[in-house]
Design a protein around this ligand. Structure first.
Ligand code: LLP
Length: 406
């Protein structure tokens, strides 16, 4: 959480709501949105928040109320976006496997665009649009085959990735808008990956998009949307964040020839990652001949990123004790060696009962949590100025079993 905004009394929150506990700062989220808007000055630019990063209603509501749009990837996210107050005409729907039910929901709601990722998906969309008598607005998702130099699990713009279509298919799918009364071609979509800190790959993707726009223009096909996706990297270990103003300039230059087309960006992590922390309590310390372990009450089911991607999350003790810092593995109670929040991390001495804050946990934290090992999901709290509000109660053991039958 940013130092500028009033600091919540985190030890008090841990006592009041228990641990593990997700805590988000409303002020930080709002501030990040303002910063994005200041950087992306191209008139009409629409910021569609990628709900997958953090789909808690209270968090979404902050962004919806501030006028952001939404990027969704499932019927569930579409419903959540609506419930949080995002307007359908600012909602875009991506994903390689939209079902007929999900697309029908989007059509009935009147969303801004279906970002179509295959020709068969376009067939299905056309069929549903005809049946519902509602023409479907769509963008074609281009796979520009650029290397984003990020974790392989979150790279989406290479030819070997499942996302989007190649240039020739993109052109063919765009042309179908001209032939079918049930399809309204809007433009192109592209999202090359996540946690990218270098503008280079975004620039190469924009050049690929511009190349197709020129070809479409030559055929007389009009483009009203250019959606360049999200993926804006944050600084994790002081290595520097993505240069937002530089990226905005790159996009402005690449798309200068289409001033009437609306630019869309779809940030998730950038808006919420640093606005959230995970509070966890130290349970035990233990030592083997090779390692020192700090066992805490949060685990990979609460925050999967370290286990899944080897992701780095800064960890600080709320009340650091004096003494030499030591290299420790911070691990949870789950029965897997992959269950760690940090490995070989220098931490000041800790004792059972101490509270640690795992930072940059606002994005892909709770959203990716599970009940693995039959662990109820943590509570979530939103802090705004000096006010604190429980926005999701801690799950109970009963929640774990209540859906089982027989
Ligand atoms: N748009 C599309 C089409 C996406 O697939 C994504 C993320 C975004 C926007 C938002 O990307 P962001 O701005 O947050 O980087 N679970 C991984 C990240 C997966 C991202 C998936 N797609 C993690 O924890 O790092």
């Amino acid at each position: 959480m940013a130092a500028r905004n009033p600091r919540p009394d985190l030890p008090l929150l841990a006592r009041r709501f228990g641990t593990p506990l997700y805590v988000y700062s409303q002020d930080d989220i709002q501030e990040r949105l303002v910063r994005l808007r200041k950087s992306f000055r191209r008139p009409g630019t629409l910021i569609c928040y990628a709900l997958k990063a953090n789909s808690s209603r209270a968090v979404c509501r902050i962004l919806a109320q501030a006028g952001a749009g939404a990027e969704v990837v499932s019927g569930g996210e579409l419903l959540r976006a609506g419930a949080a107050g995002f307007s359908p005409d600012k909602t875009v729907f991506s994903g390689v496997g939209k079902t007929a039910e999900e697309m029908s929901l989007g059509l009935r709601r009147g969303i801004l665009s279906f970002h179509v990722e295959s020709s068969e998906e376009l067939d299905a969309l056309e069929y549903l649009a005809r049946r519902l008598r509602k023409p479907a607005p769509y963008c074609v998702r281009l796979n520009p085959d650029v290397q984003a130099r990020t974790h392989p699990h979150v790279t989406t713009g290479r030819a070997e990735n499942k996302f989007g279509v190649e240039e020739a298919d993109a052109l063919a799918m765009a042309r179908r808008g001209r032939k079918s009364p049930w399809l309204r071609f809007q433009g192109l979509h592209c999202h090359i990956g996540s946690q990218i800190r270098d503008t280079g790959p975004f620039g190469r993707a924009a050049a690929a998009v511009a190349r197709i726009l020129r070809l479409l223009e030559a055929e007389g096909l009009e483009v009203s949307l250019i959606d360049m996706g999200g993926g804006f990297g944050i600084s994790q270990q002081g290595e520097g964040a993505l240069d937002l103003a530089g990226l905005a300039r790159t996009y402005s230059r690449a798309f200068a020839a289409w001033p009437r087309a609306r630019l869309i960006i779809e940030p998730g992590r950038y808006l919420v990652a640093e606005a959230g922390i995970l509070l966890t309590r130290v349970l035990y310390r233990k030592k083997t001949s090779r390692r020192r372990f700090v066992v805490v009450d949060a685990a990979m089911n609460d925050l999967a990123r370290p286990a899944l991607y080897g992701a780095f999350h800064p960890i600080v003790a709320l009340r650091p004790r004096p003494g030499l810092r030591q290299r420790v593995d911070v691990v949870g109670p789950i029965c897997e060696s992959g269950d760690f929040l940090a490995r070989q991390r220098l931490l000041p001495p800790v004792e059972p009962g101490d509270i640690l804050a795992v930072r940059q946990a606002g994005a892909y934290g709770f959203a990716m949590s599970s009940q693995y090992n039959s662990r109820p999901k943590p509570a979530e709290v939103l802090v705004s100025g000096r006010k604190t509000r429980l926005i999701r109660r801690r799950e109970t053991i009963r929640d774990l079993i209540c859906q089982e039958i027989g």
